[in-house]
Design a protein around this ligand. Sequence first.
Ligand code: PHB
Length: 398
Amino acid sequence: MISRRRFGTFLRAGALAFAGSLSFAHAAAADTIKLGIVGPFSGPFALQGKNFQAGVEAWLTQNGKSVGGHEIEIVYRDLPTANPQQARALAQELIVKDKVQYLGGVYFTPDAMAITPLLKQGNVPLVIFNAATSAIMTSSPLVVRTSFTTAQTTTPLGKAAADRGITKFVSAVTDYGPGVDAEGAFKKAVEAAGGQVVETIRMPLNTTEFSPIMQRIRDAGAQGVFAFLPSGPPTLGFVKAFSDTGLKPAGVKLFATGDLTQESDLPALGEAAAGMITGFHYAISHDSEVNRAFVAAGEKAIGGPGQLTFPAVGAYDGMYVIAKMIAATGGKQDAEKAVEAVKGLAWESPRGPVKIDPETRHITQTIYLREVAKDAKGNWINKEIQSFPGQKDPGLAK
Ligand code: PHB
């Protein structure tokens, strides 16, 4: 008697032999691979989502729309702001209804945290293009990240800030994952270099009025301020207020993650941001061939100069990783194999040399110390002044 299991094997073998005998059927069987990208494509953070799309399109323009004969089809889903419930529903729909093999994007940490519990059952890897809290990586083995963490960008910055002879700092961060991580990393780095954080301020995510915060900073008698807010309208408001309320004119020095000086905001900030020191993984002005080609393709995709900013490079490198995953799995849906294939992957990104850390699946990269300054043509840029190569995420250090 033939067992049910062996009978199944027999049927599959028969079907394979049949498919093999029809050579034209093989080409037709090259599957379209669907990639679902979640990001803020409308609302106050729409430019950040537009940058995801520009990064994706820049990559597709340079590398073509198919990998190993499998065409990549992108399905964009709009998630205007941090909304874990909606994030979960969108991801669920992409996995179950749209049958995506890969998920990418995700601007805000709470959204990433809401999506990761779905990955295992859905057999879908998630490549994060932005969300920057360290702990996201430990919430699922099927997450890979091509952006940065705030602990990663802040650690070299804290040391550099203290090395400038400032000893008394106030920290002001948005009160959620990436802000809490940034505050902790800054405090640790400053204290290790002999400085002090005398007050830690945490601002609600929806804060739009920053003058009370500036008053607290003034009252604390800080010589230096460290700040993190999610890039977009909040960062523009904070940097403007720091200048308008008189802290910058009084000589208080503002240190921040590069989220606060994204290039698209620099013309509007102008002198208000001049001289600001930031720590970050990417500047549009980064001097390399790979970056110049990326910026040209990215600006074309986004519709002109002045709008391209850091989420585009996270998306561009995310596409590189997803293409490697598709190649390694031959287009078959196998999330574990796909993630395994990119552990240790190293390449030259527009930001510089990068590698997917095989242990944490987060990107190892150079963190740059930058200063807001004018270039030779008189345009405001994040001028790279110091490099800290090979930075892993200190927030994930064992
Ligand atoms: C995040 O929510 O993780 C986040 C959002 C915007 C940033 C950085 C981090 O600029």
